[in-house]
Design a protein around this ligand. Sequence first.
Ligand SMILES: Nc1ncnc2c1ncn2[C@@H]1O[C@H](COP(=O)(O)OP(=O)(O)O)[C@@H](O)[C@H]1O
Ligand SMILES: [Mg+2]
Length: 292
Amino acid sequence: MYMALIELKDVSKLYGFGDATSVALEEVNLAIEQGECVAVMGPSGSGKSTLMNIIGLLDRPTHGDYYLSGKHVSRLGANQRARTRRDRIGFIFQSFNLLPRLTALENVALPLLYKGRSPAKRTRKAWDMLERVGLGDRVFYYPRQLSGGQTQSVAIARALVNDPQLIIADEPTGSLDSNSSRLVMELLSEIHKTGNTVVFVTHNPELTRYATRVVYMQDGAIKYDEQTKLGEVGRYARQVMYAVPETTEEDDLAGVSAIMPVLDKRGVAADKKTKLPRRKSTSHKKRKVLKK
Ligand SMILES: Nc1ncnc2c1ncn2[C@@H]1O[C@H](COP(=O)(O)OP(=O)(O)O)[C@@H](O)[C@H]1O
Ligand SMILES: [Mg+2]
């Protein structure tokens, strides 16, 4: 029987009990195929991280089922989840999560240590990965000696060192300036192009250019889900970037309410300024027309 790489069926996640119960995810259904690059957007508290943690087997749903490559993984015990994570999933977080007392090379080699690889193999593989992310000349640097973008590149090398099939990145560019964000997204994009499945959370509509699909969350549910072309901004993301400041129509506003709070916090102008390679030479003006 055919199965998607990731299949969530009526997945809910509740925190707390009784009157204090909060619903982080509410009966989410989502299938992601091998080879997709999915951007997850939505306001703070909408359940994006909860979704990432469940997909990445860091957390278990309260209700519902999760199938990874057809295997029912939502009821696995902690040890089996840890093993599946180690062998199949790479994580990248906003806060990098590198160990400060280890060099870049040691940080990247760490997952291989847990896997029982020999020191020579660990070093060779970790060094290769650091070269792949452009840090071949920084292998003996400590995290504090690296820039934000370089630190996140080390974290990406570490996430890739076990050749995971699936990369989960929760706001990987959230602490980075626009140049470093671009570098990090280019790396993720390369990983995607070599056949890996990538799921990343972002607040920046521009970064949906790297995605083949954009999922918008609100109040623990998937509000919109659209296929997009590589190089193009998602339709709803585009409305946020280009349409909202020009219109006061309630219909339009209702349509983008899923990501509106993000705008309030970060501002449209900041996002607009982000320079990214335009794979398609669509001008700003033309895109304005396209949305209609
Ligand atoms: N460990 C937790 N305990 C209690 N509530 C939590 C916990 N983690 C998340 N939540 C709640 O679940 C909801 C979704 O959170 P989260 O998935 O972190 O959203 P996002 O990543 O979109 O900002 C929020 O209302 C949050 O307060
Ligand atoms: Mg989050």
